[in-house]
Design a protein around this ligand. Structure first.
Ligand code: SF4
Ligand code: SF4
Length: 82
C-alpha cells in the first residue's frame, strides 16, 4: 500500500508533504512531486498537509486519477534517476 500524488500538485509543488514524510520517499519531478511506492510506509502523514488535496491512498484513488498510481511507480523505475 502506498499514497499517491495526483493532478492537483501540478503547478503548486510547495513541498509541504516532503517535510512530513518519515522515510523521505517523496521526490520532485519536472511537473509535480512523486511518492516512491516501494519505500512509502502508508502512514498518511503527508495527506492532510497538502494545500490542494493532491494526495490519496492507492486503495481509494480520486475519480479519474487512477493512472497516477502507475505514474508514481514509473517515476522511480530507474533507480539511477533518483
Ligand atoms: S504516506 Fe507516509 S511514508 Fe508514504 S509518502 Fe506519505 S508521509 Fe511518506
Ligand atoms: S503538499 Fe501537495 S501540492 Fe505540495 S508538493 Fe506535496 S503533493 Fe504537491
Amino acid at each position: 500500500m502506498t499514497f499517491v500524488i495526483g493532478e492537483a500538485c501540478i503547478g503548486v509543488q510547495d513541498r509541504a508533504c516532503v517535510d512530513e514524510c518519515p522515510v523521505d520517499c517523496i521526490r520532485e519531478g519536472p511537473d509535480k512531486l512523486y511518492i516512491n511506492p516501494i519505500d512509502c510506509i502508508d502512514c498518511g502523514n503527508c495527506q492532510p498537509v497538502c494545500p490542494v488535496s493532491a494526495i490519496f491512498p492507492d486503495r481509494a484513488p480520486k475519480p479519474g486519477e487512477e493512472h497516477h498510481i502507475q505514474a508514481n511507480a514509473d517515476f522511480f523505475a530507474d533507480p539511477d534517476d533518483h
